[in-house]
Ligand binder design. Sequence first.
Ligand code: NAP
Length: 303
Amino acid sequence: MKAAVCTKYGPPEVLKIKELPKPLPAEEQIVVKVRAGSVTASDCIIRGCNVTGIYKVLMRLAIGFAGPRKSILGMVFAGEVESVGKKVEGFQVGDRVFGFDRYGFGSDAEYKCIAVDRLVTKMSPNMTYEEAAAITFGGLLALHYLRKSGLRAGEKILIYGASGAIGTAAVQLAKHMGADVTGVCSTSNTEIVKALGADAVIDYTKTNFNEQGLYYDVVFNAAGKKKVILHPEKVLKPNGKHITIDDGSPSPSISDLVFLRQLMEDGQIKAVIDRTYPLSQIVEAHRYVDKGHKTGNVLITFE
Ligand SMILES: NC(=O)c1ccc[n+]([C@@H]2O[C@H](COP(=O)([O-])OP(=O)(O)OC[C@H]3O[C@@H](n4cnc5c(N)ncnc54)[C@H](OP(=O)(O)O)[C@@H]3O)[C@@H](O)[C@H]2O)c1
């Protein structure tokens, strides 16, 4: 099978397409023929070991010193079950599945194994592989942080970084929760954020939203600490909650994935896809994601 292999940390060019043996499932695993994957901010952070200070050491301890021990990256996958291990129940060859293998990786390949007690579930009939791959990462993370924020129906939320993978999911999920949503993004993304349901959109290149005299119950920084021009203390109501995407490392559950699937099936949320690259162009895909301005998601597709 073809796979993108990362044997050392560095720029996108460290990714090399190689021919590797097709994986065989352990007793509790399925093999998925991957149809679509996603290049997420996390994939790029891992590929480049793009963390600072003590986190550089901690990440190398956890993932590998000179390069990732698991050299095929890619956390998100959507595809078709190709074979099943002896003890697998509930999945059959041909099932359309999607999921998130945050620590196992392996989706940047034509086939990947995953244990069936991990984050993998069947797709809805009306979902495409691309939609499934696009909603998973941002949807799971946005769901975690919105729940952590305690956002309630009728409350006002400011979502900073509303046009990224996490932000586009957060705008839709916050609307689904009944909140009044203001999204913050750059000029070219204002229309899409509005179309996703935001009640108001602020273009951070034109408006200093910290000084508008508007106040929110929740401020969600979905862009990350490095990009901050946000002063939560200036826009939060008394007792308001500030939550940032770089706080902690969420552990989503299978019920979260099933919940997202249901919302997709019901048309409550939709996947936002910026660009799609074939596996052979994964270096270009990483270069684009590294810029930090994708609109929603960047996908990898397979024949
Ligand atoms: N906690 C975790 O486990 C975890 C995991 C993965 C990622 N993260 C963090 O989450 C962040 C977002 O991930 P993502 O996948 O949603 O990234 P993304 O798709 O690349 O989106 C980045 C967002 O940041 C905005 N942005 C970029 N530069 C900005 C600036 N100078 N000022 C204001 N906004 C700016 C972009 O908006 P415009 O393009 O409109 O400017 C876009 O909405 C990452 O950068 C990382 O810090 C955390």
